[in-house]
Ligand binder design. Structure first.
Ligand SMILES: Nc1ncnc2c1ncn2[C@@H]1O[C@H](COP(=O)(O)OP(=O)(O)OP(=O)(O)O)[C@@H](O)[C@H]1O
Ligand SMILES: [Mg+2]
Length: 259
């Protein structure tokens, strides 16, 4: 579905939002990276701004992303935008988040944002997800591509954001310093801590790192340094299979295994 603006949404869902936030004075559409979410915007009300995203309620993929965002919201409060509300009416379901005043991180070599991201990733790694949290595992995500042994190498109980494209990594001023805020937890999974760093590798390359520089940067994380080679190979197999229509991605993933 094409991205909708606030005024395109049915009256019922707009009044449901206004019953939570007060009258919407202004709306600014946000163009997203994948362009897959039907409605993404910041809304200005008398009390400030909120970030809103949502889709028709019968959109199963959007519903699954929303389910994961809602599940993790209480355990990622230290480094994610707060979830304010969940509003459904007229066949639409929206999530409302606190507005993050900032921009997307610059992950290019020598960018100061890399240090802020490293600090936040260490915080993410310290989260202990509640036992039984209904998140899929990384191995489940790639179940159709990997054999039993490969899947077992990807098992773990750490919370992984699992989609660290720079558009999901925001940077905001926090006192005299800055802080990375991770948004868009819709692909969150459970897995081994090192897999978060493996996933970041591709975005470091996209942001201008050479494979050598990206691997050297990742080596600062003990969890990454301790990852077994066979396990990283299993990760690369899954990530490569997932982007089989883009051979250039597969070539990039392969370099994660270079010595
Ligand atoms: N709480 C927030 N406050 C301000 N801006 C935000 C907030 N959350 C996300 N954004 C901005 O809006 C963009 C889209 O948000 P988000 O990634 O959650 O939507 P999405 O539909 O899943 O997007 P994509 O398809 O790009 O993954 C982000 O890239 C970010 O720049
Ligand atoms: Mg996103």
């Amino acid at each position: 579905m094409k991205q909708q603006s606030w005024t395109d949404l049915p009256d019922g869902i707009r009044s449901a939002v206004e019953s939570v936030m007060g009258p919407v004075l202004e709306s600014d559409d946000i163009t997203t990276w994948h362009g897959s979410t039907s409605f993404v915007a910041t809304l200005t009300t008398e009390t400030g701004r909120v970030f809103v995203k949502g889709a028709p309620t019968d959109d199963a993929e959007a519903a699954e992303q929303r389910r994961r965002e809602t599940l993790v919201a209480p355990i990622v409060t230290a480094f994610a935008a707060p979830l304010i509300g969940h509003v459904a009416a007229d066949g639409w379901t929206l999530l409302l988040f606190g507005y993050v005043k900032g921009g997307n991180a610059d992950l290019s070599p020598d960018s100061i944002d890399l240090g802020y991201l490293a600090a936040t990733l260490r915080d993410v790694q310290r989260v202990r997800p509640p036992h039984g949290i209904a998140l899929p595992s990384l191995a489940d995500q790639w179940a159709k591509y990997l054999n039993v042994e490969q899947r077992s190498l990807l098992s773990g109980n750490h919370l992984l954001h699992n989609d660290l494209v720079p558009s999901n990594v925001m940077v905001r001023q926090a006192g005299y310093t800055k802080q990375v805020v991770l948004v868009d937890w819709g692909r969150a999974v459970l897995g081994p801590a090192w897999a978060e760093y493996a996933g970041l590798y591709m975005w470091l390359l996209f942001s201008g790192h050479t494979p050598e520089a990206a691997r050297a940067w990742l080596d600062r994380f003990p969890a990454w340094r301790m990852a077994g080679r066979a396990a990283v190979r299993a990760y690369v197999a899954g990530a490569t299979a997932e982007c089989e229509t883009a051979p250039e991605h597969a070539a990039r993933w392969a370099t994660l295994l270079d010595p």
